[in-house]
Design a protein around this ligand. Structure first.
Ligand code: NAP
Ligand code: MG
Length: 416
């Protein structure tokens, strides 16, 4: 019997909630563990475990990625008032994604997973639109206050040295209201810009960047200026040689242009814009599950994830013993992405090859007409099209993978 593929460095495996937690385990059991000799550094971010550990487990997971370099994360519940009640939580814990991103810094690149039998809803789109989402700061690490009644809200900066304090009035409240403070750092914006220029240059695609600097003349303007500086200092010649373009425009103008474009660009967006636009792009390509997502940190850490949530509605059906047809593509691509990166960093070509085979097996399964309900709704009509349930979909991919690996002669499946 041929040996399993040895994964030289542990991978940080961050488990999550609800439907995606259920799928996470099946993916590991059927697509990965039979073929890999792998050490998983496991962090359980189930909402209950975050609550039990006062969310320390989330911080530990981020630290583990900083130690090993590559991690993969399942979708997790971000608690709101309903969830606090549902799980009897001690506190409305912060979004684990926000906590991890705040620690790792960096840019999230989201790319549609394309299959031949699903055409994007926007008929002009011929090539994938990749989103580069700044993954640090803004509203995701804000300070908010509820204003109970009349009073003055101010924004104050006190320098650590003996420099002068800066103060500005936000609002003289005459009644109740709300106020929010957000921040970013030049260092993080610069590394966001660097990551986007590098990505666009490596892929030989145009880079679009958009903010609302006409309204936000200091905050958003800073983003624009730093991108401009980075472009002029390091990329102008390289982009010219590669015949690609850097294009800045206002966010609303960009949104309108994207819809009329052919696609094929990297669209760099601030944290919130990227959050919203990536869901729009994913849905326009068929389903939220047809999108791969990776956080690239300037410190050399990589976190792979699915861009969608825990699919709460399907989970309640599953708990009710009703059949579900949840799409595991994005979760599978999170795993293949992290295995490929691990292989590249460790110089393990066979692991890179295995990651590619998983993706091919998943894509070919959908292209053969076997798909989950979300895709069946949008796929080109064909008599071979067949809706399968959550588990069957992964089983079909597993069979496909097994066939492919047998053909290429490596490695054999081992019982786990
Ligand atoms: P969601 O999980 O993204 O699902 C919203 C809807 O999109 C689903 O009801 C389903 O539509 C469709 N969908 C999403 N992923 C799908 C998949 N893989 N296969 C098939 N259909 C899919 O958002 P949510 O249900 O509103 O949020 C649930 C929880 O996820 C929340 O607690 C939220 O905090 C959390 N969340 C986590 C992350 C993350 O960790 N990355 C991201 C976003 C949200 P139909 O019902 O029409 O079938
Ligand atoms: Mg989102």
């Amino acid at each position: 019997m041929r040996d399993k593929i040895k994964v030289k460095t542990p991978i940080v495996d961050i488990d999550g909630d609800e439907m995606t937690r259920f799928m996470w385990k099946i993916i590991k059991d059927k697509l990965l563990l039979p073929y890999l000799d792998i050490e998983l550094e496991y962090y359980d971010l189930h909402i209950q475990n975050r609550d039990n550990t006062d969310d320390q487990v989330t911080v530990n997971a981020a630290k583990a990625i900083m130690k090993y370099g590559v991690g993969v994360k399942c979708a997790t519940i971000t608690p709101n008032a309903d969830r606090v009640k549902e799980y009897n939580l001690k506190s409305m814990w912060k979004s684990p994604n926000a906590t991890i991103r705040a620690m790792l810094d960096g840019t999230v690149f989201r790319k549609p997973i394309l299959v031949k039998n699903i055409k994007p809803f926007v008929s002009t789109w011929k090539k994938p639109i990749i989103i580069g989402r700044h993954a640090y700061g803004d509203v995701y690490s804000n300070a908010e206050i509820s204003i109970p009644g009349p009073g003055k809200a101010e924004i104050i900066f006190t320098p650590h040295d003996r420099g002068e304090t800066t103060k500005k009035t936000i609002k003289e409240f005459t009644g109740s209201g709300i106020v929010q403070g957000v921040h970013n750092t030049d260092e993080s914006i610069r590394s966001f810009a660097k990551a986007c220029f590098t990505f666009a240059f490596n892929q030989k695609i145009d880079l679009w960047f958009s903010t609302k600097d006409t309204i936000s003349k200091t905050y958003d303007a800073r983003f624009r200026d730093i991108f401009e500086e980075e472009y002029e200092e390091h990329w102008i010649e390289k982009f010219k040689d590669a015949e690609i373009e850097y294009f800045f425009t206002l966010i609303d103008d960009a949104a309108a242009r994207i819809i009329r474009s052919e696609g094929g660009m990297l669209w760099a967006l601030k944290n919130y814009d990227g959050d919203v636009m990536s869901d729009m792009i994913a849905a326009a390509n068929g389903s939220l599950a047809m999108m791969s997502s990776v956080l690239v940190s300037p410190h050399g850490y990589f976190e792979y994830e699915a861009a969608h949530g825990t699919i709460q509605k399907h989970y309640y059906k599953y708990l009710n013993k009703e059949e579900t047809s949840s799409n595991s593509m994005a979760l599978i691509f999170a795993w293949s992405g992290c295995l490929r990166k691990r292989g590249e960093l460790d110089g393990t070509a066979i692991l890179v090859d295995f990651a590619n085979q998983i993706e091919d097996a998943a894509i070919e399964t959908v292209e053969s007409g076997i798909m989950t309900g979300d895709l069946l709704l949008v796929a080109e009509k064909n008599r071979n099209n067949k809706k399968v349930n959550t588990e069957e979909f992964i089983d079909e991919i597993a069979e496909n993978l097994q066939r492919k690996l047998q053909r290429s002669g490596r490695p054999e499946k081992h019982n786990t």
